[in-house]
Design a protein around this ligand. Structure first.
Ligand SMILES: Nc1ncnc2c1ncn2[C@@H]1O[C@H](COP(=O)(O)OP(=O)(O)OP(=O)(O)O)[C@@H](O)[C@H]1O
Ligand SMILES: [Mg+2]
Length: 411
């Protein structure tokens, strides 16, 4: 526990509490401005702070919005989607649900039953009120938005991890996927967002455009305003390390924050927190003036630690989940090769490795298609922040920690 009363905790996985959120003021102000008139798609890779930003929107609403946050990662059908949204709305703003129920039989009946059976059963009652919810999702969705549009103030509906729900939908109800996306798009365009009482902020860690592009469905989301969550600046990383250590009374050489920043590479905020916390723990065990060599040691330890294993494994597994062959196994092979390099590999060398991999796997694909697959793979790896182009046509891991870990376990 921090000794200082106003010293923020280390966050190593859970979203940052809205009151502790740093480095996002300018972005939040800009995002609120966009949300006045537009629906937004908030994109960023894993563990970079999307949910923390969404929580902040919810906890400190602006422009008169009522805000609800809904994670839809495990949902498999649009019916679940509306039930979850109504349930959360009922939990957090029961007065709004009462107003929405006016003239809407489904919701009035549900609320009547809830009075009888207690508040905790809202979702069950909502489901029971229409045994054919799955067939009627569109009608209930339409009605929900109609009711929202009759209200005096606006509701911001934050939907986190929508790409995951779309993947579930594709797997379990493939025919409904396009229907849902098409319905959703129409709803976002009419009325015009600036005149709509319902505002959507959609987010997720999977590259939604890339995913839907692969399914030939990208035209169904291209109306959304694509807002990428900015990468933390080098100066933020330095400030973070300095303040987190200084506020805990840790003595360190001036070079320490910069050394940590250099190891981190592209700063994934979670890794920044984990490394700084490790540094603090090491000092706590043996109080002394921390030096650059301590940072080197911390990173070497972090790579083999259970905590990191848990967080990093995701980067390996997500390729199997979202990439398709022949790019899937080629991605693992190329990343293995890059992890062994000291300063990345050239595009030509990577293409060579790619060809070599395909031949080894017995893939017989015409040359022009191989080239296409390769280009797309490199683009995906860049978009998903595995690699970045560090110099012209030279690619290296974006995250220093991920590179060291990959080399240890998968090269
Ligand atoms: N502004 C910030 N300053 C410092 N650390 C941050 C910040 N935002 C996020 N983090 C770090 O990132 C971690 C993950 O944050 P959050 O859950 O908001 O990210 P996410 O992008 O939603 O992650 P996921 O992809 O798992 O859904 C936090 O536990 C914390 O370590
Ligand atoms: Mg999240």
């Amino acid at each position: 526990m921090p000794s200082h009363p106003d010293c923020p905790e280390f966050y190593t996985g859970a979203p940052v509490d809205s009151a502790d959120l740093r480095f996002r003021d300018a972005f939040l102000a800009e995002l609120w401005e966009t949300l006045r008139t537009r629906h937004v798609l908030l994109t960023a890779p894993r563990r970079t702070g999307k949910t923390s930003v969404m929580d902040h929107l919810r906890d400190f609403p602006k422009h008169g919005f009522t805000v609800i946050y809904q994670n839809v990662q495990d949902l498999t059908h649009p019916a679940d989607f509306f039930q979850a949204i109504l349930d959360t709305l009922h939990d957090q703003h029961p007065e709004i649900v009462k107003r929405l129920a006016q003239g809407w039989k489904l919701l009035t009946d549900t609320l009547n039953k809830v009075t009888e059976f207690g508040i905790a059963g809202f979702k069950i009652r909502l489901r029971d009120t229409d045994p054919d919810w799955k067939d009627h999702w569109r009608q209930h969705g339409d009605r929900f938005l109609d009711q929202v549009r009759k209200q005096e103030s606006s509701i911001l509906l934050i939907v986190d991890e929508l790409p995951d729900m779309l993947f579930n939908l594709k797997r379990e109800h493939p025919a409904v996927l396009r229907e849902f996306l098409a319905w959703f798009r129409v709803q976002r365009q009419d009325p015009h967002p600036s005149k709509d009482r319902a505002r959507w902020l959609i987010g997720g860690s999977v590259n939604l455009s890339g995913t839907l592009d692969g399914l030939g469905l990208v035209d169904l989301i291209n109306d959304l305003d694509d807002v990428p969550l900015p990468v933390l600046a080098d100066a933020h990383v330095i400030e973070f390390v300095q303040s987190m250590l200084a506020r805990r009374g840790v003595d360190f050489e001036e070079t320490v924050p910069e050394q940590l920043r250099a190891h981190l590479g592209r700063p994934i905020p979670l890794f920044m927190q984990m490394a700084t916390q490790e540094l603090y723990r090491s000092w706590k065990k043996a109080p002394r003036k921390l030096v650059s060599a301590d940072v080197d040691r911390i990173f070497a330890q972090l790579v083999v630690s259970m905590a990191a294993q848990d967080k990093l494994q995701h980067y390996y597994s997500r390729i199997a989940k979202y990439y398709e062959e022949p790019r899937l196994s080629a991605a693992h092979a190329l990343l293995g090769q890059i992890s062994l390099s000291s300063a990345g590999l050239s595009r030509a060398k990577l293409m060579q490795e790619f060809e070599h991999h395909l031949a080894g796997a017995g893939q017989t694909i015409p040359a022009h298609e191989r080239k296409q697959h390769f280009n797309q793979l490199l683009r995906d790896l860049e978009n998903d922040f595995y690699v970045s182009e560090i110099a012209e046509n030279q690619y290296d891991f974006a995250s220093g920690l991920l590179k060291a870990w990959w080399k240890k376990y998968y090269a």
